[in-house]
Design a protein around this ligand. Structure first.
Ligand code: PMP
Length: 425
C-alpha cells in the first residue's frame, strides 16, 4: 500500500494505533527521488567510482584556464558542454564552466563575484514568489558584501546603485518562464536554470546570459552527488567564483565529478549519442515515430515506459505530464483552491520543444497552490489534510499560497493526489 511505503511498515502499524489522524505526507522539499525509477532500470550502467590511488591531490586534471585552479575535471567539463549542446538549452562555447557543491554553493559564489566591493553592501533581489533559499542563505551569511533586498517588483535602486537580480526560469515555486525585471542598467542578472530541462519545460532556445546556474539535482536527479555548475561569460567573474569555491570548500569531490560525468554520458548514450528529434528507438533496427498515432494504432504498439526508459528526458517528461494530469483532475471542481502554475489546460498554448521536436506544455516540479479564502494559511489547511507543504510566506507572498513537491516517488505522488482529491478548507 502506498501509505506503508511512505511511513515504513512497522511505523505504519504502530502509529495508526496511537492516532486516528493520517500521517503527514512530506511534500515540503523538492527531493528528486522520482528519477530513481529510471536509474533503477539503468543501475548496471558503468559509472566510474575509482581506485585507491585516485584523488590524492586537491587538484584535478583540468583544462588550463588562465592558470587558475578551477577544480573542474576535464572529464566533467567536456560532459557538461556536450550535454548543453545535445539538449540545446545553453550556449557554452567560449564560456567558462565553474563547478560547485550543488548550485547552492555557486549561488553564493556568484554573489561573492558580482558584489561591488566599493565599501557598500550590494542588494540582491528576486521577483516574488522567489526560491525561498535565496533569502534564507543570504540572511544566514550576514555578509558585508551583499544583503537581501526582497521582491524585485517593489525594489527601487538608489541613483547609481548596482544590484544583483536572481532570475529563476522556469521559476521555483510556480514554474513560470521569467525574463527578469532588469530595472535599468545597474543590475546584473544571475539566471538560475535549475529546471530548464526538457523534463519540465519545452526547450525554446539556447540560453546565452552572463551567469547561468545549473544543477545535476534537478537534471538527472542525483542531488546526493552535490554537483552544480555555472556557465559564465566573463572570465574575471568565473575566476572570482572559482576563488569562492576554493576559499569555501577547497574545490569539490573528484569522485562526485567522475560519477556526474559518467551519468551525463549515460543520458546522452541513451539517445544513441545524437539528437533524434521526435523519434524513439525501440531497438537498433526498429524506429517508431512518437508523433504518428496512426502508426501506433495500426501496429497496436503502446509507448510503454520500458520503451521510453532508454531516453531519459522523454521518460521524465512523460512522468511529469502524467502527474500533472492527475493533479489537475484531483483539484478540478474544488472552488476553495486554485492551481497557480502556468501549466497545460484546455486554453493554454503549448510550445514546440527544440529538443524533442514535439509540442507540449510546462510540467513544473512543484504545485503552487492558492487557498481562495481571504486571510487563510494554506500550509496549515494542507497539514490538516495530511499534507506537509511549504508556506507561501517563505517565497515572499501571502500565506494563502503553499508549495508542494511533485518530484517524489510514484506511490507518494499517488497518495498526494488521493489527499488533494478530498482537500477541504
Ligand atoms: N536553485 C533552485 C531554483 C532550486 O530549486 C534548487 C534546489 N531546490 C537549487 C538551486 C539548489 O540545487 P542544488 O541541489 O544543486 O544545491
Amino acid at each position: 500500500k502506498a501509505t506503508d511505503k511512505i511511513m515504513g511498515d512497522e511505523d505504519c502499524a504502530f502509529r495508526s494505533l496511537l492516532t486516528a489522524a493520517p500521517p503527514l505526507l512530506n511534500c515540503d522539499h523538492g527531493d528528486p527521488t522520482m528519477f530513481e525509477a529510471y536509474w533503477n532500470a539503468h543501475k548496471d550502467d558503468h559509472v566510474k567510482v575509482g581506485y585507491a590511488n585516485d584523488t590524492l591531490s586537491y587538484f584535478v586534471k583540468s583544462k588550463e584556464q588562465e592558470g587558475c585552479p578551477w577544480f573542474v575535471s576535464a572529464l566533467l567539463d567536456d560532459a557538461i558542454r556536450e550535454l548543453h549542446s545535445f539538449v540545446g538549452n545553453a550556449v557554452t562555447g567560449d564560456r567558462a564552466i565553474v563547478v560547485g557543491n550543488g548550485s547552492t554553493q555557486l549561488f553564493q559564489a556568484a554573489l561573492y563575484a558580482l558584489a561591488t566591493r566599493d565599501g557598500t553592501s550590494t542588494p540582491v533581489v528576486s521577483e516574488a514568489p522567489f526560491y525561498s533559499a535565496y533569502r534564507e542563505i543570504i540572511d544566514y551569511l550576514q555578509s558585508k558584501l551583499f544583503h537581501w533586498a526582497g521582491d524585485s517588483k517593489t525594489f527601487h535602486p538608489k541613483a547609481n546603485e548596482t544590484f544583483i537580480e536572481m532570475v529563476t526560469t522556469p521559476n521555483n515555486p510556480c514554474g513560470t518562464m521569467r525574463e527578469g525585471l532588469g530595472l535599468g542598467d545597474k543590475g546584473t542578472i544571475v539566471h538560475d536554470l535549475a529546471y530548464y530541462w526538457p523534463t519540465y519545460v519545452p526547450i525554446i532556445s539556447s540560453f546565452d546570459s552572463d551567469v547561468m546556474l545549473f544543477t545535476l539535482s534537478k537534471c538527472t536527479g542525483h542531488a546526493g552527488l552535490r554537483i552544480g555548475w555555472a556557465v559564465v561569460k566573463n572570465p574575471a567573474v568565473a575566476k572570482k567564483m572559482a576563488e569562492f569555491v576554493a576559499l569555501n570548500t577547497i574545490g569539490l569531490a573528484q569522485d562526485a565529478q567522475s560519477r556526474a560525468a559518467g551519468l551525463i554520458r549515460t543520458v546522452i548514450r541513451g539517445y544513441g549519442g545524437k539528437r533524434r528529434q521526435d523519434h524513439c528507438i525501440a531497438d537498433d533496427n526498429f524506429e517508431i515515430s512518437l508523433s504518428d498515432p496512426k502508426y501506433l494504432l495500426a501496429h497496436e504498439i503502446r509507448i510503454t515506459e520500458a520503451l521510453l526508459a532508454k531516453k531519459f528526458f522523454h521518460w521524465s517528461r512523460q512522468v511529469m505530464e502524467s502527474r500533472w494530469v492527475k493533479v489537475r483532475s484531483a483539484l478540478a471542481g474544488n472552488k476553495n483552491f486554485s492551481l497557480q502554475n502556468n501549466v497545460a489546460s484546455a486554453t493554454h498554448t503549448f510550445s514546440t520543444c527544440t529538443f524533442s521536436g514535439t509540442s507540449h506544455s510546462t510540467y513544473p516540479a512543484f504545485i503552487w497552490l492558492k487557498c481562495e479564502k481571504e486571510g487563510t494559511d494554506c500550509q496549515m489547511i494542507l497539514k490538516r489534510n495530511g499534507i506537509l507543504g511549504r508556506n507561501g510566506a517563505l517565497f515572499g507572498v501571502s500565506t494563502q499560497y503553499a508549495r508542494l513537491s511533485l518530484l517524489d516517488h510514484e506511490p507518494a505522488v499517488d497518495l498526494l493526489v488521493e489527499r488533494l482529491t478530498t482537500l477541504e478548507c
